[in-house]
Design a protein around this ligand. Structure first.
Ligand code: HEC
Length: 206
């Protein structure tokens, strides 16, 4: 918008310049006529001084126009420079924001990867802590029967069974009865994912 305005004023300036140039010419035109009268009287002497004067004035006008055009050009240049700079700053700003966001996402991915790696690296510790947290040990001992069967017994019974994990997950999440005695196990307050971790851990207890 500003550039357009400046361009318009530049064109205007040039217009004024050429207009004043024409005005100058017009005001000078009568001069030769006057000179001509003088020439009638003294033709040889009158002509020479007039020409340099006209040339001088035309030169001045030209210079003035040139100066104005130059000024306008500089203003336009300055404005364009400013706009470009502003745009560049904006781009930098957006770039920073994008970089921040990318970093944030990278951190998040790394965080999840680390968490996953940790879970894979030490599932036994995690599962045991989870069993403790969920109160499984109040009814189950690792190798001792309590209200429910010992986990070593469960592991023995399901050893080599392909559907073992799925079956135990189902028992933990939905409850179980009649498999180990007359006391049933109520559905446990764990997610399917947690039940899977627990079932895998129980099946690997020796
Ligand atoms: C209130 C006591 C109680 C709690 C708490 C309890 N259980 Fe049990 N659990 C039992 C009983 C009783 C059985 C035997 C059920 C049956 O005979 O089918 C059993 C059975 C099981 C079985 C064998 C299921 C099967 O299909 O053979 C697994 C595995 C098991 N529990 C895991 C857990 C886990 C993991 C937790 C903790 C999240 C837990 N239990 C909490 C009482 C409990």
């Amino acid at each position: 918008m500003r550039i357009k305005l400046l361009l318009a004023s530049a064109v205007f300036a040039v217009g004024i310049g050429s207009l004043s140039c024409e005005q100058q010419k017009q005001t000078q035109e009568p001069q030769p006529a006057q000179e001509q009268k003088a020439q009638e009287v003294k033709p040889q002497e009158a002509q020479p001084p007039a020409q340099p004067q006209v040339k001088e004035e035309v030169k001045e006008v030209k210079e003035a126009v040139q100066q104005e055009v130059q000024q306008a050009q500089e203003q336009v240049k300055e404005a364009v420079k400013e706009q470009v700079q502003q745009a560049q700053e904006k781009v930098e700003e957006v770039k920073d924001q994008v970089q921040d966001k990318v970093q944030e996402i990278k951190d998040k991915i790394q965080g999840t990867e680390q968490a996953q790696a940790q879970q894979e690296a030490a599932p036994a510790v995690d599962a045991k802590a989870l069993a403790e947290k969920k109160g499984c040990f109040s009814c189950h001992g690792i190798d001792k029967k309590k209200v429910g069967p010992a986990y070593t017994e469960v592991a023995k019974r399901y050893a080599g069974k392909e559907s073992a994990v799925d079956e135990l997950v189902k028992s933990i999440v939905k409850g179980s009865m009649g498999k180990w005695g007359s006391i049933p196990m109520a559905p446990q307050p764990v997610s399917e994912q947690e039940a899977k971790v627990l079932a895998e851990w129980i099946l690997n207890i020796k």
